[in-house]
Design a protein around this ligand. Structure first.
Ligand SMILES: Cc1cc2nc3c(=O)[nH]c(=O)nc-3n(C[C@H](O)[C@H](O)[C@H](O)COP(=O)(O)OP(=O)(O)OC[C@H]3O[C@@H](n4cnc5c(N)ncnc54)[C@H](O)[C@@H]3O)c2cc1C
Length: 379
């Protein structure tokens, strides 16, 4: 039996896809929504597993039971940073983060939307045909009035739209694994930056059971970036790290400094598929949830009004995240000079409010506040 025409097909059931599906369901409970993913859940995903409190707030707004989603992951309240020049800051965060392995997090998000009656089906999308007059056709048989491409950094939907992949200099590569917490970590989230291969840093994010998600990420430049180089650099930045971390996996991070313009039409891109990763911190889950929520809202508006979904998504994104993206793009250019990051770290060490503003800027939708700019210390 062939499927009917779905109102919306969401491709990808990571945080962006689940948020998009939940958002449509909340804006238009009668919409017929199908989510497809090439994987069965639970499935692993290379990630630092750190989830900002602002992402948790958005998930709660979308109706996710955040208590259950974070169950077993104690809040992480301190952040210990070392800047490229070695300036150290160790402070309490205004709101805690949670570290939940993606194998667990994503399965819980999928279970949550399934409980709401949204169908999640295993299906790998290979082709997307859009003629602008009728439904979008996936793989010759799956038809939808709107498609939300939430299929991650190597998005097939993005490629089908003719949107080029993120260019060198606008994409990072990161490797992560699991290992015992560092000797002096003390339950804090640890980020150690390095001048030598800047922009690059290593991290250790505690899981709450004595183990940590550890990793290293670096901007992809003109030269090769080999796995062995990344592991050597990670070990140099995280002294005392267990020499045999489990489940090492690398993945690309398309940065928001290279995000494509949002196009009009029936197909919307969200999360990593839309290159929404913070160029300073590698944070992408907040953006995935936020963009999923906005695209779901835009699709629901378009179903109701008959107006263009892509145009609505562009407007909603500009209203919600436009200023933040302007500030991150400006700082991404200036931040190629590590001295600026050192100046920010000195200011954060001297003043809790600067630290709070910088965390909000790096993990969610904060701006470059007057507090940050006035307090930058260049020596
Ligand atoms: C090493 C590393 C560390 C990171 N650390 C953090 C961190 O600590 N905190 C943070 O906020 N962000 C972090 N990020 C970024 C974060 O992982 C991503 O931004 C986030 O996963 C994006 O979510 P998404 O839903 O857009 O894509 P994904 O999570 O990649 O989900 C995409 C889904 O689409 C499915 N899919 C792909 N292709 C198809 C297809 N053709 N057909 C059907 N389904 C398909 C996949 O199976 C997958 O389930 C990190 C990234 C990396 C690589």
């Amino acid at each position: 039996m062939t499927d009917p025409v779905w109102d919306v097909v969401v491709v990808g059931a990571g945080p962006a896809g689940c948020s998009a599906a939940a958002s449509i369901g909340r804006c238009d409970p009668s919409a017929r929504v199908l989510v497809v993913d090439r994987a069965d859940f639970p499935r692993d995903k290379a990630c630092g597993d750190g989830i900002a409190s602002e992402a948790a707030d958005l998930l709660a707004e979308l109706g996710f039971d955040v208590g259950s989603v974070f169950a077993g992951a104690p809040p992480v309240c301190r952040l210990a940073l070392r800047s490229p020049a070695g300036i150290e800051v160790n402070r309490q965060m205004r709101q805690p983060v949670h570290v939940v392995p993606r194998e667990i997090l994503d399965e819980r998000l999928v279970a949550d939307i399934r409980r709401r009656g949204i169908e999640v089906r295993r299906h790998e999308v290979r082709t997307v045909a859009v003629d602008g007059r009728g439904p979008v056709v996936l793989d010759g048989s799956l038809r939808a009035r709107f498609v939300i491409g939430a299929d991650g950094a190597e998005s097939v939907v993005r490629r089908a739209l003719g949107v080029p992949a993120a260019a060198k200099g606008r994409v990072a590569l990161a490797i992560r694994g699991y290992a015992p917490e560092l000797a002096d970590q003390d339950g804090a989230q640890v980020i150690v930056m390095t001048q030598r291969h800047w922009p690059a840093y290593a991290w250790s994010f505690p899981l709450g059971d004595g183990r940590a998600n550890i990793g290293y990420g670096e901007l992809i430049g003109p030269g090769p970036l080999r796995r062995t180089d990344m592991l050597t650099r990670m070990a140099a930045l995280l002294p005392g790290l267990d020499s045999h971390p489990d489940r090492l996996r690398a993945h690309r991070l398309p940065l928001s400094s290279g995000r494509p313009a949002i196009r009009a039409g029936q197909v919307l891109l969200v999360g990593d598929a839309q290159s929404l990763i913070n160029p300073f911190t590698g944070e992408g889950i907040f953006y995935a949830v936020a963009s999923g929520a906005l695209a779901g809202q835009a699709a629901a508006e378009a179903l109701r009004s008959g107006l263009d979904a892509g145009t609505a998504y562009r407007r909603l994104t500009r209203e919600r995240l436009g200023r933040h993206f302007l500030h991150t793009s400006a700082l991404a250019r200036l931040g190629r000079w590590p001295g600026l990051i050192d100046a920010g770290m000195r200011a954060a060490r001297a003043d809790q409010r600067v630290f709070d503003d910088l965390v909000h800027f790096g993990l969610a939708d904060g701006k470059l506040t007057g507090q940050i700019i006035r307090n930058l210390r260049f020596s």
